[in-house]
Design a protein around this ligand. Sequence first.
Ligand code: ADP
Length: 239
Amino acid sequence: MTELIDKNNLRVDGRKLDELRPIKMQVGILKNADGSAYIEWGKNKIIAGVYGPKECHPKHMALPDRALLKCRYHMAPFSVDERKSPQPSRREIELSKIIREALSPAILLEEFPRTAIEIYIEVLQSDGGSRVASITAASAALADAGIPMKDLVVGCAVGKIDGKIVADLSDIEDKEGEVDLPVACMPNLNSVTLLQSDGPLSKEEFKKAFKLALDKCRYVYDIQRKALLEGYLAKTKEA
Ligand code: ADP
């Protein structure tokens, strides 16, 4: 078994137990989408593009009382070490659904009945935690598109490796560790929109992990807000 935490409590990439990988975010990076965002989270590189609210196709899917939210999470064939088929896998179909469900409570969908809002997420490079990075980028892309929202949605995974609770698992920590616990929330509304777990935690471990996730979400939220502000200032300068 790989040793994931050394005797100095440092992880394989040298991080402390509660330390996140470096995060960079930029919004408004695509000229042709209504809203867009790019995130680098450690070695993850992810683009989110948003269209809408727009006419709903096929028309029979339109909802009379709110907008239809569509979401596609897709990994590029070169995003992982062995070429991935470009066809959507079961995992990508599931992630598209859970990302849509994590974002939907934040959007004022009822203001746009009979329309569609489409979110496209392309994972260019993946290294663990891509769903929370995707949620964070997609939420910023929705805001960049000017879609009214109750709050931004921001995500961060925590977990358990070598018996210890840690923040932001990398690919190897996700694969070799005991538990991965991705969380997404709307920080200002104090509301959790995604909570998953792929292994057991005691009640005390869960409490510690969940608190750590919410603290780290706040930290990521500041980066997300800063990126939106910078994007807005860049747009006003262009105008
Ligand atoms: P998340 O990316 O949200 O942590 P998972 O826990 O399902 O989602 O995946 C963990 C990591 O496993 C991904 O970030 C990616 O680096 C890797 N991975 C996912 N699918 C594949 C694949 N088909 N081939 C190789 N690695 C993959």
